[in-house]
Ligand binder design. Structure first.
Ligand SMILES: [Zn+2]
Length: 260
């Protein structure tokens, strides 16, 4: 176990946070696969917001570690008494229990344990859009928000822009678009309000079920080359958007757009 230094009030010292930030550097520049085995970690929404994004920078600021991902997504980790990070070579990581967050790059894997403060937004982060999972968020209002941005934007890019709507990561994007039979390569202008609403409502309901512990079934996400559960066509995958995250879709059920 990594040695930790403790402040008299029981808080990890700032330098231990800097050591954490330094260890996490091995993941900088990598596209990250993220998951939250711990339900309380899942509830933070962090894993789904960063999954498929590139970790651009890690820094220690005071008692916080800030992880900056592409698209302006910042995760703030404050360790308080019990929280800790571990970084291991992928495959060497042997752990028991449920980490709040696992970040995997091609070679390295970081796990975050016991929170207790793990949240999106780091102070300097650009304003996030409404959280899809918040009770106060009306999916119809999110459709209006989507109509106020450039309608030439690809649906598969706009829906994961956390400044428009916060909370949708790459997995839920792929699954919700497949459910709504909308191509990630369609321009916003080519997709009707009712279709966007269906996609957003399906994503919200499914993510809420996952927060309650339901295991999501995957139709297209990371299933490239395998048969579409609806029509049997081989699932396609291709890099999409500025961050070049991978889109997964069925060309037969989700026709249209530049990717087909
Ligand atoms: Zn299909």
């Amino acid at each position: 176990m990594a040695r930790r230094l403790w402040h008299p009030d029981g808080m990890p010292e700032g330098d231990s946070l800097h050591r954490v930030a330094r260890r996490l550097q091995v993941l900088v520049g990598q596209r990250i696969e993220a998951e939250s085995p711990n339900p309380r970690g899942l509830e933070t929404g962090v894993a789904r917001a960063v999954d498929g994004r590139v970790l651009e920078r890690v820094e220690a600021v005071g008692k916080n570690v800030l992880l900056h991902f592409d698209g302006g997504v910042v995760v703030r980790s404050h360790l308080r008494m019990n929280g800790r990070w571990r970084v291991r070579r992928r495959g060497d990581a042997v752990w028991r229990g449920s980490p709040w967050l696992i970040l995997r790059g091609p070679e390295w894997e970081a796990t975050q344990w016991n929170g207790p403060v793990l949240r999106l937004g780091g102070g300097t982060v650009r304003a996030l859009g409404p959280d899809l999972l918040a009770d106060a968020t009306d999916p119809a209002a999110l459709v209006s928000r989507l109509r106020r941005v450039d309608q030439a934007r690809l649906v598969g890019d706009a829906l994961v822009d956390q400044r428009i709507v916060a909370g949708i990561g790459n997995m839920w994007l792929a699954e919700a678009l497949w459910q709504g039979q909308v191509s990630p390569w369609s321009r916003l202008a080519e997709v009707g309000d009712d279709e966007l609403l269906e996609v957003l409502e399906w994503a919200r309901d499914s993510m809420r079920a996952a927060v309650r512990g339901a295991r999501p079934s995957r139709a297209v996400y990371r299933r490239a080359g395998r048969g579409c559960p609806r029509c049997g066509e081989a699932i396609s995958s291709r890099g999409l958007g500025d961050a070049n995250r991978t889109a997964y879709w069925c060309q037969r059920c989700q026709p249209g757009g530049v990717g087909s």
